[in-house]
Design a protein around this ligand. Structure first.
Ligand code: SAH
Length: 346
């Protein structure tokens, strides 16, 4: 095993963690902000590049930490400019990240777990059970590695890759602290979105998180009966408890919540469903993202017809629900929502 494989990655450390480390080794706490700048502004690939740090201290950092990036196994580019990266982790597990070029900047779709336990019936990512949580560093490094490989500055983050971020809550929140740090990547909290399939206790806990990171909920059904059929999480936290948690979050934070709703042919795309959805969301400070379903070869589900999608959209508009019909990106390289797969090789 290479030495870098057994060392702790320095990218697991928030500025506060680095401060504590400094104190524990008798260094000045302010060194933590210098280190943040070296890591995230200058993107050093060796500790030796840190010109304002003593040689002795650099040797200590080398003994304690690894600076390794993720190993990129494949890098694909879609005709629409979307890019997909397959990364190999130190333990051999493979994960994917997707880079999208939007008019407002570059956004990255970050993976939060190896596999996923949520089992949503329509999603390719959940076909492999979760093997483990990603470390904070493995999420931070998806961004740093993509920025280094492409020479681009990422301005927006969505935690919508493989995995359920609220099932890896502490590491994901620590990741937000690191990427948001003004001495680091400085990605504004309002430019970050985390999506959950509805882990009710975590949604409530998240209302107290100080950073204003956007929250999206994968709702996908207007009644508990339909949701039960397509999202097993609804058995643990039924729709009414989820709506209560969303209300609680909005009351506590005064922030608007995004509702994701995939249109699945014959399952949740009728006008009756649109009506039930409008009734459910009436009066809530939410924004509905209607998502055309991306078909997955192993799954029997189909995309709704254009006409049904437009009728659904028009009905919600008429009921004065804030709604958009999302354009898709990257489907020609299997990089669109729900098409990312967990590929394990151990
Ligand atoms: N586990 C979290 C994060 C994943 S986000 C969550 O469920 O929110 C990925 C989004 O893509 C989710 O809203 C998911 O439901 C949606 N999705 C899954 N499969 C899809 C597919 N085949 N086509 C379109 N969207 C899909």
């Amino acid at each position: 095993m290479a030495r870098g494989d057994i060392l702790q990655s320095i990218y697991n450390y928030s500025e506060n963690d680095l401060k504590e480390y400094m104190i524990s080794i008798g260094e000045k706490p302010f060194r933590s902000s210098q280190i943040m700048e070296w890591l995230y502004r200058h993107k050093i690939s060796s500790f030796d590049e840190m010109s304002n740090i003593s040689k002795k201290f650099i040797e200590k950092l080398k003994e304690d930490f690894s600076l390794d990036l993720l190993e990129c196994v494949t890098h694909q580019k879609s005709a629409d400019g979307t890019q997909k990266f397959l990364f190999k982790l130190k333990d051999g597990n493979l994960i994917e990240s997707v880079l999208m070029n939007n008019e407002y900047g570059y956004s990255i779709c970050v993976t939060s777990e190896v596999g996923c336990n949520m089992g949503c019936v329509f999603c390719a990512s959940g076909m492999k059970k979760k093997l483990r949580n990603l470390l904070t560093s493995e999420m931070v490094l998806q961004i740093l590695t993509v920025e280094k490989l492409t020479n681009l500055k990422i301005t927006h983050i969505v935690v919508m890759g493989i995995g359920e971020p609220f099932d890896n809550y502490d590491n994901v929140l620590n990741f937000f602290n690191i990427v948001n740090n003004p001495k680091g990547l400085e990605i504004g909290a309002r430019h970050i979105t985390v999506s959950t399939c509805g882990l009710v206790p975590k949604i409530k806990e998240y209302a107290d998180f100080p950073l204003q990171v956007n929250l999206a909920i994968s709702l996908h059904a207007p009644t508990t009966l339909i949701r039960d059929q397509i999202m097993p999480i609804n058995k643990a936290y039924p729709l009414d408890t989820l709506i209560d948690a969303i209300k609680y979050y909005i009351d506590k934070t005064n922030r608007r919540v995004t509702i994701e709703y995939i249109l699945l042919k014959g399952i949740n795309d009728t006008l009756e469903c649109a009506k039930a959805l409008a009734d459910l969301l009436h009066g809530l400070n939410v924004y509905v993202n209607l998502i055309p379903y991306n078909e997955v070869i192993e799954k029997p589900y189909r995309r709704s017809s254009k006409e049904d999608m437009v009728n659904f959209f028009d009905y919600l508009k008429k009921r004065r629900i804030n709604v958009q019909l999302r354009r898709e990106q990257g489907s020609d390289i299997d990089a669109a929502c729900g098409q990312l797969r967990s590929k394990h090789m151990k």
